[in-house]
Design a protein around this ligand. Structure first.
Ligand SMILES: Cc1ncc(C[n+]2csc(CCOP(=O)(O)OP(=O)(O)O)c2C)c(N)n1
Ligand SMILES: [Mg+2]
Length: 711
C-alpha cells in the first residue's frame, strides 16, 4: 500500500502521523511522492507545525495548509533537515510552483470577487437607464405602508425626496432635522407603522442625534435615512463626510451603509423589520451619493476622472469604470419589497394563568400602564376594552395616558405613591422602575409585583436593589392584558379598594381647583388656565407636551380624551419635541384638534416650525405657558444654590413671531388682554379654518409643583 493511500480520506495529515519513523509511514502529498526517502523527524514536524485544534479551520483551509507545507518545506533545509536531502530539487520546484499558482489563483479570485467582476458576469449594468436608487427607496417605503416622510433637503438625498414625491408619498420638509425625526417618531407612535425621516449627509445627520436618542428611549420605530459621501470618495475629503455609523452605535438597533444599488431593497426591508421587532426603536440606513443618483450622473462624476494615457492612468481609469459598473450591476432586477415578518415576544399561557390566580386572590390590585402598552399589534381600542372588562384600577403614564378616555371610574390619576404603598398586587404593564418610579423604591416590599415588558433590561431595571418581582414576564404588555382579561372572565375587583382610590382622586382634584382659584402673583394662574383649557377641549383632540413646570402641571389637570390622545417626549425628557410631534400628529389625525402645550423656554426650539405648519397646511394650536423663565430649573436652582443664573427669560411677544411666520397669534393674561375663554375659543375657530395658531398665555408663578424633581 502506498503511503498516500494509507491516509484515510478527510483525516488531517498531522493527525494521521504523530510519529514518523520511516519513509513508508510518512503520509505524503502526491506532489512529493518521488522525492527522496530520507525521513523528516517527527519532532521537527511537530515543532514547526503543531497540530491544530480540531474544527477551527474548514477542510478547504486544512488542505491549503497541507499544500503549502509540502510545497514550501523543501526550501528551508535548516528546518526540514534530512527530509530535503532525499528529494530532487526539480520536484521541489514543481511543488513550490503549484502551491504558488494555487495561491495566486485564490488571490485573483478574491480580488475579482471584491471588485465585483464575478457578480458582473451574471448581473448586467444598463448604462442607458435613467433610473436611480432613490426610486427603489420610495418603492420599498410605499410597500411598507409609509404615506408621509419628513425631511430637510440636501443634494445627497435629493433622489429619495424626488422619487417619493413622484410615487405619491407626502414629503414634509421641516426647518430643523431634529423636527423631522420628532415628527417621524410621532407618526410611528400614532399609526403603528414605521416613521421615516430623510436628512442629508454630515450636519444633517448629526442634527438628528438628540431626536434619535429620544426615539430610542421612547421605544419608537423610526427609520432614519441619511445621505453620505460617495463610497468611492470615502476618506478623500468629500463634502460633509463623517463616520455616521459610529455616531449611532449606541442609539440605533441597526446601522447599515448601503454599498451598491442592488443592496438598497434588502437593507431597507431588514432595517424596518428590526425597528419594529422586539423592543421597537430607531434604525439608521446610510445611502451614499453614488448609490442614489442615476448611472450617467455617477459615471460622469466618478467614473471618468482620469482619461487613459500611460499604464498607471489606464489602470486607474479601468478601476473607476469597473467600480461604477459594480455599483449598478443587477440594480434594476425585480426584488421582493414586501415587509419582512415582525417578531413580538409574547407571554406564555402559564404566565397569564399564574397572574390570573394572583389577581383573583388580591384584595388591593393595581395596574400601572406605560407607553409600551400602546404598541402594536394589539389595537389600543382592544386594550381599552380588555381593561374595562378586567375592572382593575389603573394608573396611566406616558403614551398610555388617555387609554381609558376622559372620565373612567377605573382611571386613577392622583396619589400614586399612597396607592402603591397600600396595594397588595401591582402589575407593571410596560412601566419601568426608573426615575419615574423612584427606581422602584415606591413599590412596597409587602406588595406582590408582576412586571411585563418586551425588553429584559427594562423589565428588571433596579430589581437587584430596590424591588423584587414575583413574576417577570418578558413579553408584550397589551396582548398580555388582553389574555388576562379573557382568563379572568367574570372577575370583579373589590369595590372598597376602587372606591377608596376614587375618593382620593376627588379630594385631590378639589384641592387643585381651590389652588386654581387663587390669584397669581401676576398675569394668569397656570392652574386656572389649564382648567379652562380642559373644559373647552373637544373629544377629538390630541395633546402634545413640550415643557417643564407648565406642562407637568397640565399632566395632572388636562384630561386626554381618548387612547393615543397624549404625546410627550418619554424617558429622555427632551425639550423641543413640540413642533415635530404636532406635525406628525396632525398628519396622522387631520380631523383632530392638535394642541401643543409649550413652556416659553421649550417653544424656542421649534417655534420656527410655524413656518412648516403654514406651508404644509397643518393647522395646530400652540398654548404657551409664558412665565418668562425656565421655571422647572429655576425653582430648585434658586432654592438650593441661591441664584437664578441662566434661567431668566422675558415676556416675549411669541404671538408676534407666529404672526410673522404666517400663523395667527393671540396674547392672553396681559392687563389689556381679552377674556381667557374667548381667546381659547377664537384659537379653536381659527384652527378649524385651516390656520395654525399660537396663544401666548402670560402666566404667574405657582407652587403647584413644589418639591417635584427635575434631575
Ligand atoms: C434639550 C433640553 N435642554 C434642557 C433641558 C433641561 N430642562 C428641563 S425642564 C427645563 C425648563 C423648561 O422651561 P419652560 O419650557 O419655560 O417650562 P417651565 O418650566 O418654565 O414651565 C429645562 C431647561 C431639557 N430637559 N432638555
Ligand atoms: Mg417657562
Amino acid at each position: 500500500m502506498s503511503p498516500a493511500s494509507s491516509v484515510p480520506r478527510g483525516v488531517p495529515w498531522h493527525q494521521v502521523s504523530p510519529m514518523v519513523s520511516s519513509a513508508s509511514s510518512v503520509p505524503q502529498h502526491p506532489l512529493a511522492l518521488s522525492v527522496s526517502q530520507r525521513p523528516l523527524r517527527a519532532g521537527t514536524i511537530r515543532r514547526l507545525f503543531p497540530p491544530k485544534r480540531k474544527g477551527i479551520f474548514p477542510p478547504r483551509f486544512r488542505h491549503l495548509g497541507r499544500v503549502l507545507r509540502e510545497g514550501f518545506l523543501p526550501f528551508f533545509p535548516r528546518f526540514s533537515g534530512a527530509f530535503l536531502a532525499r528529494r530532487s530539487r526539480m520536484d521541489a520546484l514543481g511543488g513550490f510552483a503549484c502551491a504558488c499558482a494555487g495561491l495566486v489563483l485564490l488571490l485573483l479570485l478574491a480580488a475579482a470577487h471584491r471588485l465585483g467582476l464575478l457578480y458582473q458576469l451574471r448581473h448586467k449594468v444598463d448604462p442607458k437607464s435613467s433610473r436611480h436608487g432613490g426610486e427603489l427607496v420610495a418603492e420599498v417605503l410605499r410597500a411598507h405602508g409609509v404615506r408621509c416622510l419628513f425631511a430637510l433637503a440636501g443634494g445627497h438625498v435629493s433622489p429619495v425626496l424626488v422619487a417619493c414625491e413622484k410615487l405619491g408619498l407626502r414629503v414634509v420638509d421641516t426647518r430643523h432635522e431634529a423636527t423631522a425625526v420628532f415628527a417621524a417618531d410621532a407618526v410611528a407612535r400614532l399609526s403603528g407603522r414605521i416613521g421615516v425621516a430623510v436628512v442629508t449627509a454630515g450636519p444633517g445627520v448629526t442634527n438628528t442625534v438628540t431626536a434619535v436618542k429620544n426615539a430610542q428611549m421612547a421605544e419608537s420605530p423610526v427609520l432614519l435615512l441619511g445621505g453620505a459621501a460617495a463610497t468611492l470618495q470615502r476618506g478623500r475629503g468629500a463634502l460633509q463626510e463623517i463616520d455616521q455609523l459610529s455616531l449611532f452605535k449606541t442609539l440605533c438597533k441597526r446601522r447599515t451603509s448601503v454599498r451598491a444599488v442592488r443592496d438598497i431593497v434588502p437593507a431597507l426591508r431588514q432595517a424596518i423589520a428590526t425597528a419594529q421587532s422586539g423592543t421597537p426603536g430607531p434604525v439608521f440606513v446610510e445611502l451614499p451619493l453614488d448609490v442614489l443618483y442615476p448611472f450617467h450622473v455617477v459615471e460622469k462624476e466618478l467614473g471618468q476622472a482620469t482619461s487613459p494615457g500611460g499604464l498607471r492612468r489606464s489602470l486607474v481609469h479601468w478601476y473607476l469604470r469597473n467600480y461604477v459598473h459594480n455599483l449598478f450591476a443587477g440594480a434594476w432586477e425585480p426584488r421582493d419589497m414586501t415587509p419582512l415578518p415582525v417578531q413580538v415576544p409574547l407571554a406564555t399561557a402559564e404566565q397569564v394563568q399564574q397572574v390570573a390566580e394572583l389577581v383573583s386572590r388580591a384584595s388591593k390590585p393595581l395596574v400601572l400602564l406605560g407607553s409600551q402598552a400602546t404598541l402594536p399589534p394589539t389595537p389600543v381600542e382592544e386594550l381599552r376594552a380588555a381593561l374595562e372588562a378586567l375592572g382593575l384600577p389603573c394608573y396611566l403614564g406616558g403614551m398610555a395616558r388617555g387609554l381609558l378616555g376622559k372620565a373612567s371610574a377605573l382611571h386613577v390619576r392622583q396619589n400614586r405613591r399612597d396607592a402603591l404603598r397600600q396595594a397588595d398586587l401591582v402589575i407593571l404593564a410596560g412601566t419601568v422602575c426608573d426615575f419615574r418610579l423612584s427606581y422602584g423604591r415606591v413599590l412596597s416590599r409587602r406588595s406582590t409585583v408582576v412586571a411585563v415588558n418586551r425588553d429584559r433590561a427594562q423589565l428588571l431595571r433596579n430589581s437587584d436593589v430596590f424591588w423584587k418581582p414575583r413574576l417577570a414576564v418578558q413579553g408584550d404588555a397589551a396582548s398580555f392584558l388582553v389574555k388576562l382579561s379573557q382568563s379572568l372572565c367574570g372577575y370583579s375587583c373589590p369595590r372598597e379598594w376602587l372606591e377608596g382610590l376614587q375618593e382620593g382622586d376627588r379630594r385631590k382634584e378639589a384641592a387643585n381647583r381651590e389652588k386654581a382659584a387663587e390669584p397669581a402673583s401676576a398675569h394668569l394662574n397656570p392652574l386656572a388656565l389649564l382648567h379652562r383649557l380642559d373644559a373647552l377641549l373637544p373629544d377629538d383632540c390630541l395633546l402634545v407636551a413640550d415643557g417643564g413646570d407648565f406642562v407637568a402641571t397640565a399632566a395632572y389637570v388636562v384630561r386626554p380624551r381618548a387612547p393615543l390622545g397624549w404625546l410627550d417626549p418619554g424617558a429622555f425628557g427632551t425639550l423641543g419635541v413640540g413642533g415635530g410631534f404636532a406635525l406628525g400628529a396632525k398628519l396622522c389625525r387631520p380631523e383632530a384638534e392638535v394642541w401643543i402645550l409649550y413652556g416659553d423656554g421649550s417653544l424656542g426650539y421649534s417655534v420656527m416650525e410655524f413656518d412648516t405648519f403654514v406651508r404644509h397646511k397643518t393647522p395646530v394650536i400652540a398654548l404657551v405657558g409664558n412665565d418668562a423663565c425656565w421655571s422647572q430649573i429655576s425653582r430648585e436652582q434658586v432654592a438650593l444654590l441661591g441664584s437664578n443664573v441662566a434661567c431668566g427669560l422675558e415676556y416675549t411677544d411669541y404671538h408676534a413671531v407666529a404672526e410673522g411666520l404666517g400663523a395667527k397669534g393671540f396674547v392672553v393674561g396681559s392687563d389689556a388682554g381679552e377674556g381667557l375663554d374667548a381667546v381659547l375659543r377664537a384659537a379653536q375657530a381659527t384652527c378649524h379654518q385651516g390656520r395654525p395658531v399660537l396663544v401666548n398665555a402670560l402666566i404667574g408663578k405657582s407652587d403647584f409643583r413644589q418639591g417635584s424633581i427635575s434631575v
